[in-house]
Design a protein around this ligand. Structure first.
Ligand SMILES: [Zn+2]
Length: 181
């Protein structure tokens, strides 16, 4: 017995994250135009945070069937990430999926509310580090927007240059540059 999501629940999950994969490392767009003008492509999946059936990953026997197929128990992912989280439940426990979902929804809300051009690069609570020089200078940590893009959004996290190597090399630079408009 599987408690699958009704179509309306899947559609709501997709829209709440702006039709992007909720895995913060991925954020792949999951919809686009189909060659048939009356159709849209969809490569997204309404994945279960706790499994639809007792044999599945992260199954929670305390949920009712209604709760199990409700929006609270779903997360919108691309096909690849949906497969990933169901293949290794120790690496992707319930709390990780809930964090992805919350962050993806917050990001979608900010983009909906914002009147600015969306950034072409987005980092939240991300640590960006340059390489460590073994003898020579350390590497640079650099985030650069693309030409014509909307720039770079960086919230929380840190950016740091690489460490200098044993040979007394200089540490690398840390820089964030917006894209050229
Ligand atoms: Zn994904």
């Amino acid at each position: 017995m599987r408690d699958d999501f009704p179509k309306a629940v899947a559609e709501t999950l997709a829209k709440r994250v702006g039709n992007r994969c909720s895995n913060l490392e991925c954020r792949k767009r999951t919809s686009g135009p189909h060659t048939d003008v009356n159709k849209a492509l969809n490569v997204g999946v309404a994945a279960h945070i706790t499994a639809a059936s007792s044999q599945g990953p992260r199954y929670d026997s305390l949920l009712s069937p209604e709760e199990r197929r409700g929006t609270s128990n779903g997360i919108w992912l691309c096909q690849s990430c949906a497969k990933l989280v169901d293949n290794d439940e120790a690496r992707y426990p319930k709390k990780v999926l809930i964090r992805w979902k919350q962050d993806a929804e917050q990001q979608a809300l900010r983009e909906v509310e914002s009147t600015e051009q969306p950034s072409d690069l987005y980092f939240e609570n991300t640590e960006v580090c340059g390489g460590k020089g073994s003898v020579g200078p350390g590497g640079n940590a650099r985030i650069k927007g693309v030409k014509g893009g909307g720039g770079v959004t960086f919230i929380g996290g840190s950016i740091k240059g690489g460490d200098g190597g044993a040979g007394g090399g200089a540490g690398g630079d840390a820089a964030i540059e917006g894209g050229d408009g």
